[in-house]
Structure formats: C-alpha cells, structure tokens
Design a protein around this ligand. Structure first.
Ligand code: CMP
Length: 139
C-alpha cells in the first residue's frame, strides 16, 4: 500500500557487505522492498541513469564509482515512500546527515554515500521503469 520510490544500494555498501544493514534500516523506517536485484551496471546504463548530472564536474567520477562494483536496485513501497526514503537516507553529504540516517551511520563520503533515492514521485516512476518491468514488482 502507499506509493513507490526507487533506491540503489551503491558499490561502497555492497563492497562492505552492508546490503542487509541498509535494507534493515529501510524496513525499520516503514518501507517494504517490493522488487530487488543485484546488478553490475554498464557504463552506458550508469550514464543514462545519471544523465541529468551530465554537465556537473563530478559526472565522470560518479559514473566510474557507480560501475566500480555491484549495486542493488530496489523498488520501495510505503506511505509517502519517496519522502520517507529521503528522510531515512539523510543528506547527500554524510557530513551533513542527521544521526540515525543511513548516510550518517554508514556512508564514507559525498560520492561513496551508500544509497541513492529518487527526489520526486515523477523521477521515482522514471527510475523504476529504467531498471524494472512491472511484472518484477510484487507488492
Ligand atoms: P545521488 O543521490 O546518487 O545523485 C547524484 C550523486 O552524485 C549523489 O548521490 C552523490 O553521491 C554524487 N556526488 C558526487 N559528488 C557530488 C557533489 N559534489 N555534489 C553532489 N553530489 C555529488
């Protein structure tokens, strides 16, 4: 029930075997994992996903990092899922993130920041469709 958002558990987290720890924090925050798969993104896939950041100075490093190891892409469902997920993720830069958030507790840096989460319901729908077919999502 509720709405859906999109999440990525990033390579810094899969490398440190934190897939379960991140997922537990999402679940404890009231989100349900209704789709999940571990993938190693191609460069083209990562560039397409982050196309909105193409002109940013950190784009190249961001893509390199996102293909440096496996990630776990997930669809999360819950009451106000997009905002709920952003609240539990914390600020982009872990140095600015509030105590108890995923990025404060687990992230290494602004780049290796453990999770991605959609920043609007509109982008959530786009990002979900980028990685999942509707029949892979089981609510
Ligand atoms: P994410 O939510 O995945 O969206 C874009 C990502 O770019 C962001 O998380 C950060 O991990 C990454 N990034 C790297 N450097 C910066 C920066 N200087 N400012 C913002 N985002 C950055």
């Amino acid at each position: 029930a509720g709405t859906r958002t999109f999440s990525i558990i990033k390579p810094d987290a899969t490398k440190r075997n934190l897939t379960g720890a991140v997922t537990k924090m999402l679940e404890d925050a009231g989100l349900r994992v209704v789709a999940s798969k571990r993938i190693h993104m191609t460069r083209e896939q990562a560039e397409g996903f982050y196309a909105v950041h193409k002109e940013r100075p950190f784009f190249g490093e961001l893509v390199d990092f996102m293909i440096s190891g496996p990630v776990v892409v997930q669809v999360l469902e819950g009451e106000n899922a997009m905002q709920r997920n952003r609240d539990i993720m914390g600020a982009t830069n872990p140095a600015d993130a509030a105590p108890g958030t995923i990025r404060k507790e687990l992230a290494e840096s602004i780049e290796a920041n453990t999770v991605h989460g959609s920043d609007s319901d509109e982008n959530a729908a786009i990002e979900i469709a980028y990685f999942f077919n509707e029949d892979e999502i089981v609510g």
